[in-house]
Design a protein around this ligand. Structure first.
Ligand code: ATP
Length: 232
């Protein structure tokens, strides 16, 4: 069963085509890593799936239902949640409030404040802190927790490890390991080694198209770096 099916999707920034007719079928429960150089279109692709950037052409279907025209808040209710690049949080609110708002705006399901804190132990001691005062690693954990508490069937994580300490990255991925298979994940990850170790499947974007698509064990590092730099 397809969790998410993207067909010939085009995304623009003004005249610039950032995503150029991208097609992708992601089976239920798959963990997909998206890699690619700066400006390859990764964030635009993720925002289009979340409903935060308009789909100029093409279609997106969630478990067989077309959602191409659905606004972001309705996609959250339908089961797509995203932890954005930059981990934007409501800065003046507590971590608990940030999570509660997401829970109210998402779906009902197994993920609650308590179960998210069980899965991401880093969040528990932060619940009563203002989001504005958190470190990068703490913000990332909260941003992922906030997406998760909306009970998505498709969880989008943009730039998981960017700018974080190795210890923070390690802690986050240990927690993310526990999610594998339980939901469908699309993770934008700049760290190639990390992406290969974590994902069931990797795609490499270059200038808005998929240059490479395969399972980590079937791909060589050379193939991936060539695709990354757009070398044919
Ligand atoms: P990064 O790793 O730098 O975030 P990315 O792979 O996520 O890169 P995008 O951010 O999706 O790539 O950008 C794709 C292309 O669209 C780039 O050429 C970028 O300059 C352009 N772009 C992105 N956002 C905007 C914007 N708000 N206005 C104009 N052009 C944009």
């Amino acid at each position: 069963m397809s969790a998410l099916k993207i067909s010939d999707m085009v995304g623009r920034h003004g005249l610039l085509q950032a995503v150029k007719g991208l097609s992708l079928d992601i089976p239920e429960g798959e963990t997909l890593a998206v890699i690619g150089a700066n400006g390859a279109g990764k964030t635009t692709m993720m925002r289009m799936i979340a409903g935060l950037h308009p789909v100029a052409e093409g279609e997106i279907a969630l478990a067989g239902t077309p959602i191409t025209q659905m606004p972001a808040h309705a996609r959250l209710k339908a089961g797509i949640a995203m932890s954005p690049e930059g981990r934007r949080l409501f800065e003046d609110m507590s971590v608990r409030e940030n999570l509660m708002i997401a829970a109210e705006n998402g779906r009902r399901g197994d993920w609650t404040l308590a179960s998210v804190c069980d899965a991401f132990g880093q969040i528990t001691p932060l619940l009563d802190r203002a989001a504005g005062g958190l470190s990068g690693g703490q913000r990332q954990a909260v941003a992922i927790g906030r997406a998760l508490v909306a009970n998505p069937s498709v969880l989008l994580l943009d730039e998981v490890s960017l700018g974080l300490s190795p210890a923070a990255v390690e802690g986050l991925y240990q927690s993310l390991e526990g999610l594998k298979g339980h939901l469908t994940m699309i993770v934008v990850e700049q760290d190639l080694t990390r992406a290969m170790a974590f994902a069931d499947r990797i795609i490499c974007l270059a200038e808005g198209i998929i240059e490479l698509d395969g399972k980590p064990q079937d791909l060589t590092r050379q193939q991936i770096t060539d695709a990354y730099f757009g070398i044919h």
